[in-house]
Design a binder for this molecule. Structure first.
Ligand SMILES: Cc1ncc(COP(=O)(O)O)c(C=O)c1O
Length: 383
């Protein structure tokens, strides 16, 4: 097996030899013109058919659309700055922004592996990872949740090509964490490429909120996905890793090549959000305080919440009907907690997915705990 780096570098060399290697250029848009490398050019390759991308009447002067995918004309200086800021924050060589996390996973996985290859996945991986693996056509092995021994066994199975080990960092419906060090060690011994989806950890957990990157360096975790729609409070997503990985995905991730880039406005919003994520340590501290308060309160009241240390605090109720009834009762009590049902979660594990935020006050969390207690008592009586 070849390392991710040398395999992708080889594939990039092949593209270059065929004159097929593509590179993005940072372009500043102004009406029907762009500024490229200091020169103003007439822009005849955007999809800005009505001329609205650079003249959105209701928006400020800075608010522009991107006009096309980043390989065509959509790579703005604002987007370049955002990618540089993400890479700097995570201590990665580079980052590449996608329009969403779902699109990123659908693009990245089939770019990395194909029919001859093997994907080993955690059973509770996010739907976008599952669909990315399906789309790749690779052989697939689903290991029970957080079962490193089963993953090891699956990685030992016969396969002609490359193995990709794929996992969420913080699992979106359960709030528990993958064993990052264990996954990295397994990937190393089995010469598998490791891809981690840090949608729920980026900005929130680890030193300075660096998520996976706080625990694993680029060699140990060469492909890290994060989203800009959760802790950063905007939309979009990114993959962070080596320059070779990013150059390769610019060429081969179809949801990057064939999809409109984030607009400069979205990129500026995300950069502003990211700057807050980096410096507002008090937000992470406030969130931790709310999580501790919630968990202590839930334990005192005997509420059956899962053993999660993160902002995602699920309370499994079993049947869909029980989850829906609990959600309705909470809403009547002034708290919005959506019921999560199959197929989002396994059959028989419908739940309340409670998520906490630095924006919640102590009083609000107490109000939620009191409402949950009432729901729990009613459920216990009904049973
Ligand atoms: C683990 C995980 N990955 C990816 C995504 C998709 O991200 P986005 O909402 O940006 O498409 C989500 C969103 O729910 C997620 O929870």
């Amino acid at each position: 097996m070849r390392s991710l780096e040398s395999a992708l570098a080889g594939r990039l060399d092949e593209l270059a030899a065929q004159d097929r290697l593509r590179k993005r250029r940072a372009l500043q848009h102004a009406g029907a013109t762009v500024v490229a490398d200091g020169r103003r050019l007439l822009n005849f390759c955007s999809n800005d058919y009505l001329g609205l991308a650079s003249a959105q009447p209701e928006l400020a002067a800075a608010a522009q659309g991107s006009g096309a995918s980043s390989l065509v004309t959509g790579y703005s200086p604002e987007l370049a700055k955002l990618e540089a800021a993400i890479a700097d924050y995570l201590g990665r060589d580079r980052a590449l922004v996608f329009s969403s996390g779902f699109a990123a996973n659908l693009g990245i996985i089939p770019a990395l592996i194909g029919r001859d290859d093997l994907a080993v996945c955690d059973a509770l991986n996010h739907a976008s990872l599952i669909d990315g693996v399906r789309l790749s056509g690779a052989q697939k092995a689903i290991a029970p949740h957080r079962d490193l021994a089963a993953m090891e066994q699956a990685l030992s199975a016969q396969h002609a090509g490359q193995a990709l080990l794929v996992s969420d960092h913080i699992f979106s419906m359960d709030g528990d964490c993958a064993d990052l060090a264990g996954l990295a060690a397994l990937a190393e011994t089995k010469q598998a490429w490791l891809m981690l989806d840090d949608a729920h950890g980026f900005g929130v957990v680890g030193t300075d909120g660096r998520g996976v990157a706080a625990s694993l360096d680029q060699d140990a975790a060469p492909v890290v996905l994060g989203t800009l729609g959760k802790a950063v409070g905007c939309n979009g997503a990114f993959v962070a890793g080596s320059g070779v990985l990013i150059d390769y995905l610019i060429n081969r991730a179809r949801s990057q090549v064939f999809s409109t880039a984030l607009s400069p406005l979205q990129a500026v919003l995300a950069s502003t959000g990211l700057a807050h994520v980096r410096r507002d340590h008090w937000r992470r501290e406030a969130l931790q305080a709310r999580i501790a308060q919630f968990r202590a309160g839930a334990a005192r009241r005997g509420l059956p919440v899962q053993a999660s240390e993160t902002a995602i605090q699920p309370m499994i109720l079993g049947s869909d009907a029980a989850a829906l009834a609990a959600s309705a009762a909470l809403e009547a009590d002034g708290c919005l907690v959506t019921a999560i049902r199959p197929p989002t979660v396994p059959e028989g594990s419908a739940r309340l997915r409670i998520t906490l935020s630095a924006a919640h006050t102590r009083e609000q969390v107490e109000q939620l705990l009191a409402a949950l207690s009432r729901v729990h008592e009613q459920t216990a009586h009904a049973a």
